[in-house]
Design a protein around this ligand. Structure first.
Ligand SMILES: Cc1cc2nc3c(=O)[nH]c(=O)nc-3n(C[C@H](O)[C@H](O)[C@H](O)COP(=O)(O)OP(=O)(O)OC[C@H]3O[C@@H](n4cnc5c(N)ncnc54)[C@H](O)[C@@H]3O)c2cc1C
Length: 292
């Protein structure tokens, strides 16, 4: 049977991935699914499993480097409203894996629920954030997560409760194919005070990111107790370019890609930075971007 048979209304072939990523580069997905329901999601996952086709999930594309030669197999995009809902019950907020983290943060703050405001300004989706336990300023998304529903590679829906959830620095035990939704336990506080707190976090985060450009990627994990940006600056690498990829001069742990940049340029620049930082500071930097 054709991989796409019966799925023609939500699976496309040869879909360019650059527009879905922050770096805006790289090739196409062999197959690209935008399911409109959980049933369609599961059906496509099961079909991939039967036909031995690799499936991956695309979130907000803020941590992805797509190969210039494209991505074989199926890329699943959870953009339909069925995967982006946000509901609040008492102190618990549940959000779909495809929901934007920024919407989750502003919804929580609007309801006077504290605990996620430190993530204000962090790009991407709930699924992407939980996959890599995104965070900063001493806060990460895992700290408030009490439950998550996932879909396994064989198409089974499983609920992970606090006992099975483990989060550490930019790492998460949620490594199943799809994070379908997550529930956060928050604290009820005064909403206007909380709004001010969120705005402060937002301003601090925006000031630590390149402004005025979309074609940007966050390059390296901070080594324990250190800042990757400071190490890159110490190695004298601000503004260093390889092809169309450049180390941001103001915020050295970001890479800026020009419209003619390739994924190869980004990789070569990342290697150059790793090599120079090692030479000058003795430290090993690990790339944060997920490579497809
Ligand atoms: C300007 C900028 C600033 C950033 N600042 C920070 C920061 O301060 N702290 C930080 O930690 N990161 C930061 N990042 C990196 C990035 O924003 C985070 O890693 C973010 O959580 C990625 O989410 P996403 O939805 O964009 O995931 P994507 O980039 O789409 O995907 C990343 C990974 O998550 C997986 N994934 C995505 N959705 C799902 C899902 N529903 N189920 C299962 N797996 C899924 C993908 O398969 C992939 O492996 C920054 C990036 C940029 C561009």
């Amino acid at each position: 049977m054709e991989l796409t048979a019966g799925f023609e209304h939500f699976v496309r072939t040869d879909e360019p991935l650059a527009p879905y990523t922050w770096l805006k580069l790289g090739g196409s997905a062999e197959y690209f699914a935008e399911p409109t329901s959980v049933d369609e999601l599961i059906a496509v996952i099961k079909r991939c499993r039967e036909q031995n086709v690799t499936a991956r999930v695309l979130g907000g594309g803020s941590n992805l480097l797509v190969s210039d030669t494209g991505v074989p197999g199926m890329v699943i995009y959870l953009h339909h409203p069925s995967f982006c809902g946000i509901t609040v019950q008492g102190n618990r907020l549940t959000a779909g894996g495809g929901a934007k983290l920024s919407h989750v943060v502003s919804t929580a703050v609007g309801k006077g629920l504290a605990g996620l405001e430190g993530l204000a300004g962090l790009p991407g989706t709930v699924g992407g954030a939980l996959h890599g336990n995104a965070g900063g300023n001493g806060v990460d998304v895992g700290q408030r997560t009490v439950e998550a529903q996932v879909v396994t590679r064989s198409g089974e829906i499983v609920t992970r409760t606090s006992q099975d959830l483990q989060f550490s620095f930019r790492q998460s035990s949620l490594d199943e194919l799809v994070i379908l939704n997550a529930t956060f336990e928050l604290e009820s506080v005064d909403s206007s005070e909380l709004t001010r707190r969120m705005q402060k976090f937002w301003i601090v985060r925006k000031a630590s990111q390149p402004a005025g450009t979309d074609n940007v990627g966050y390059l390296f994990f901070d080594p324990p107790g250190l800042s990757a940006a400071t190490l890159i600056e110490q190695a004298g690498l601000r503004g260093t370019k390889v092809g169309g990829a450049e180390v941001c001069a103001e915020h050295a742990n970001f890479i800026i890609a020009s419209s003619d940049a390739s994924a190869g340029d980004v990789l070569r620049l990342a290697e150059l930075v790793q090599g120079r930082v090692k030479e000058v500071t003795g430290m090993d930097l690990k790339c944060q971007l997920v490579q497809w």
